[in-house]
Write a protein that binds this ligand. Structure first.
Ligand SMILES: Nc1ncnc2c1ncn2[C@@H]1O[C@H](COP(=O)(O)OP(=O)(O)OP(=O)(O)O)[C@@H](O)[C@H]1O
Ligand SMILES: [Mg+2]
Length: 151
């Protein structure tokens, strides 16, 4: 099922992220896509705030940032500079899935094969007609809101 949100400011995109994060169970995975500047980090910042994690910045140079101080751990990935899917497995992707946190991955289309479609919430953000317009298409797999080590 796909739900579409239209936002008109960075704060509104953060609010969509916050609303979705409030519904997540431990082990949830959000795969973000959308061009440069679409609002993937803004969405993540909102989601993080719902989990009690703040000061989110893009992990472009490290692939993953861990926020462990909130109600659930948040693992914020950015695959923009990824050389291949192997690199994601090498840094311990399977372990991250089992750590009972929330995974949010920017540039998820750089490593599409690592996501289990039934367990993943896909959020694609596109830029609309006006400079601050964004369209967020949220498509959730069957188990995406109830993961808790569903595998
Ligand atoms: N409706 C909106 N939602 C989100 N961001 C918006 C919106 N309108 C304008 N912006 C601006 O767009 C930019 C979004 O930046 P952000 O870093 O979140 O994008 P990103 O998708 O993470 O980019 P990158 O691919 O570089 O990681 C910010 O400068 C923000 O102020
Ligand atoms: Mg970003």
């Amino acid at each position: 099922m796909t739900t579409t949100f239209h936002t008109h400011s960075e704060l509104e995109t953060e609010a969509v992220g916050r609303g979705i994060a409030l519904k997540l169970a431990p082990g949830a995975v959000i795969a973000l896509s959308g061009e440069l500047g679409a609002g993937k980090t803004a969405f993540t910042r909102g989601a993080a705030s719902a989990l009690g994690s703040y000061n989110v910045s893009s992990p472009t140079f490290t692939i993953v940032n861990e926020y462990l101080g909130g109600t659930l751990p948040l693992f914020h990935f950015d695959f923009y500079r990824l050389s291949g899917e192997d690199e994601v497995y090498d840094i311990g992707w399977d372990d991250y899935l089992e750590r009972g946190g929330i995974i949010i991955a920017e540039w998820s289309t750089r490593a599409p094969g690592i996501f289990n479609t039934e367990d993943t919430i896909y959020v694609d953000i596109s830029i609309g007609e006006f400079s601050e317009d964004r369209v967020l298409r949220v498509t959730a797999g069957r188990n995406a809101y109830s993961r808790v080590h569903a595998d």
